[in-house]
Design a protein around this ligand. Structure first.
Ligand SMILES: C[S@@+](CC[C@H](N)C(=O)[O-])C[C@H]1O[C@@H](n2cnc3c(N)ncnc32)[C@H](O)[C@@H]1O
Length: 359
């Protein structure tokens, strides 16, 4: 009889699990609260979780009162939604709150069918039923459609970009640091993946995308490399293939600067592709245009952005609305997370918040 060779169970190397699939404890925060607290105390985001940014500052701006109707345009892990729901159902923010008859309700939106399903379940398990929390799988570019159904809103939050769960999941292809399919779609069930997009555009369009979306200084070199490789039949369909192409495109950079230059270019190229694949500027523009029309008088809005292109659009839209008399007040300057928050959660470092109040 043929003897079966004993196969050793594969162990992760090192003291702590490194791969996303190995981090089963971090993916169960309710069950393994200690592990999760330990990971957070080390300045990392636990796998499958998102640490909400500037929660205190957002709640101060939104001044939630009982009976109000709110909108969280970017549900994500639901951290902000949950804090807002707690305020709504616990008598509102302290300033001038009085318990009303109806607790009010919050609509949560997201385009990601995978993570939003888990978040909705988590919020339901935490006791927030359909009366106080309603989820809609819809792009925030369509807030007018949501308002047609729900009526106008008293407070609105938009926390733009991607969640840590999306970044950390290799199957989603958001990170150049993890091997996976070059996808980068917030909604992987619709539209073109980043790999398909690269096959459907020209070299010059790719250069334009890298410059316009991310100010990539090596746009020409990277586009040449990527398109030459694809012409030779090399598939550009994984995060690793694209990272390798970027690494070899930067061959001219002096040795002592190379590692940093490659890291920065990888981050910018992936950001540019993500913005393009998800039409992020177009949807933000559409959202900002429709925003004043879905607000009740006196409604408060807070928007968190993560790169200068986004912040420029928000700043311009808020200023124009103020000038047109649609907003009574807007933040004079951007508000940034505290040094302590940046230390605890390094992913918050690039965050800028702006707020506005409907006239
Ligand atoms: C930074 S995360 C939000 C995290 C959330 N505030 C929390 O505390 O967990 C951004 C979320 O917005 C979603 N998103 C991004 N663009 C969107 C859009 N145009 N419409 C709807 N959802 C969007 C992403 O899928 C992601 O889940």
């Amino acid at each position: 009889m043929e003897e079966k060779q004993h196969k050793r169970r594969v162990h992760y190397s090192g003291k702590y699990p490194k791969k996303f699939e190995e981090k089963y404890k971090e993916q169960n925060p309710e069950k393994y609260a200690d592990t999760v607290a330990h990971v957070i105390s080390k300045g990392s985001t636990p796998a499958g979780m998102h640490i909400s940014i500037m929660v205190k500052e957002i709640l101060e701006v939104l001044k939630i009162q009982p009976g109000e109707q709110g909108l969280d345009c970017t549900l994500g892990y639901g951290g902000h939604t949950r804090k807002m729901l707690e305020q709504l159902t616990n008598g509102g923010s302290q300033e001038g709150s009085a318990p009303g008859n109806s607790p009010g309700c919050i609509y949560g939106l997201d385009v990601d069918p995978i993570e939003s399903a888990k978040t909705v379940e988590r919020l339901r398990n935490a006791g927030f039923d359909e009366n106080v929390f309603k989820f809609r799988l819809i792009n925030f570019a369509n807030i007018d459609k949501v308002a047609e159904e729900a009526g106008k809103f008293d407070f609105v939050l938009a926390d733009l970009g991607v969640s840590s769960m999306q970044i950390d999941d290799p199957k989603r292809g958001f990170s150049y640091k993890i091997d996976g399919p070059l996808d980068l779609r917030l909604d992987p069930e619709h539209g073109e993946s980043a790999a398909e997009r690269l096959h459907n555009i020209t070299r010059d369009e790719f250069v334009g995308m890298l410059v316009e979306n991310s100010d990539e200084p090596y746009a020409e070199e990277i586009a040449d490399k990527v398109f030459n490789l694809m012409k030779k039949g090399d598939p550009m369909d994984t995060t690793t293939a694209l990272r390798h192409a970027i690494e070899s495109a930067l061959w001219k950079v002096p040795k002592e600067e190379k590692d940093q230059a490659i890291k920065k270019s990888c981050a910018r190229v992936f950001q540019a592709l993500r913005i393009d694949v998800n039409s992020e500027f177009e949807v933000l523009y559409s959202f900002l245009e429709k925003l004043p029309g879905i607000l009740n008088p006196g409604a408060r809005v807070a928007i968190l952005t993560f790169h200068s292109g986004e912040d420029r659009l928000v700043k311009k839209a808020f200023k124009e609305c103020k000038k047109a008399g649609l907003f009574s007040k807007i933040s004079e300057d951007v508000i940034r997370p505290s040094a302590e928050e940046c230390r605890i959660n390094p992913r918050s470092k690039s965050t800028k918040m702006r707020w506005a109040i409907k006239a």
